[in-house]
Design a protein around this ligand. Structure first.
Ligand code: ADP
Ligand code: MG
Length: 272
């Protein structure tokens, strides 16, 4: 008798069915920029591992290299194998973060501090693309009608005012939304989304995303918690990162047709 398990490990997709159907339809009929990859839980002899399929082996290897860099710190899943466009990593058992109290914020700050303290370099702004990219993103948002002409002019002028003279460049968890972290049975908070670990990005990028998406009134507490870890001082340019993240995110929402996330009011906080 031929049985499927003779050829494959038992596997379960970690993406909800609705997301998989949407991705399949977009692949078949859409022309949006490519999005990621399948993410699966695979069982090998009763042992769970996570299988992440990326667009290509270049992308997979750059994430693999970052996972190796932080392997001993245990803040991300351990890398088991990188082969072609696939990463096979530790499947972390734990509970998804839903709400955060200050204990969780302290643990998250400690996780970010591990990233921020690894080989940070202060780079003059003119040696980076970040100011230019912010102008391009704002211009795009004006072009597609998310920003009115008046709002665009205001934000475009503000972009230069909040641009710092230099940026700390290093590692970050750039996709710092709650569902990308788990609280483990031993009390540790760990990051699970291997695609979120990026190198050579402005330090604070992840915090800017957290600030815009979910930190709310805990922003100051979280920034103070990070400062206690003696991380490179990105606070003076937080408003630059927050504006840059907002423009980048809104641009992506338009490009990926995530209409429910497109919200021009997001920019009110920068001008009101
Ligand atoms: N190690 C893990 N333990 C438990 N759940 C996980 C784990 N890894 C991923 N998941 C679940 O799978 C989902 C997608 O995984 P993730 O690596 O964040 O991929 P994506 O790039 O699609 O966001 C997560 O939001 C989480 O619900
Ligand atoms: Mg994720």
């Amino acid at each position: 008798m031929v049985h499927a398990d003779m050829f494959r490990f038992p596997q379960k997709s970690l993406h909800p069915l609705t997301r998989r159907i949407r991705s399949r339809l977009l692949t078949l009929f859409g022309n949006q920029p490519p999005r990621n990859h399948g993410v699966y839980r695979v069982e090998i002899e009763g042992h769970r591992v996570k299988r992440v399929c990326m667009a290509d082996s270049f992308e997979a290897e750059s994430h693999a290299a970052n996972l190796r860099t932080f392997g001993r710190d245990g803040i991300y899943p351990a890398l088991i194998l990188r082969k072609e466009n696939e990463l096979w990593v530790e499947y972390i058992e734990g509970e998804r973060l839903r709400e955060v109290d200050r204990d969780i914020l302290d643990k998250l700050a400690a996780l970010f501090a591990v990233l921020y303290r690894r080989d940070p370099v202060l780079v003059p702004i003119e040696e980076t693309h970040y100011n230019h990219t912010l102008h391009v993103d704002l211009n795009f948002l004006h072009g597609v009608g998310v920003l009115s002409a008046a709002r665009y002019r205001e934000l475009d002028a503000m972009a230069d005012r909040v641009t710092p003279t230099a940026l700390w460049i290093g590692y970050d968890c750039v996709d710092a939304i709650l569902k990308n972290f788990l609280i483990c049975p031993d009390g540790r908070v760990r990051a699970i989304d291997v695609g979120s670990l990026r190198e050579r990005v402005p330090i604070g990028t992840g915090i800017a995303k957290a600030s815009i998406r979910w930190l709310g009134s805990e922003r100051e507490y979280f920034l103070d918690a990070l400062t206690k870890h003696s991380v490179p001082d990105f606070r003076p340019y937080m408003s630059f990162l927050e504006l840059a993240f907002s423009a980048f995110w809104q641009k992506n929402c338009v490009l990926e047709r995530k209409r429910h996330f497109v919200s021009p009011e997001l920019f009110d906080r920068f001008v009101d």
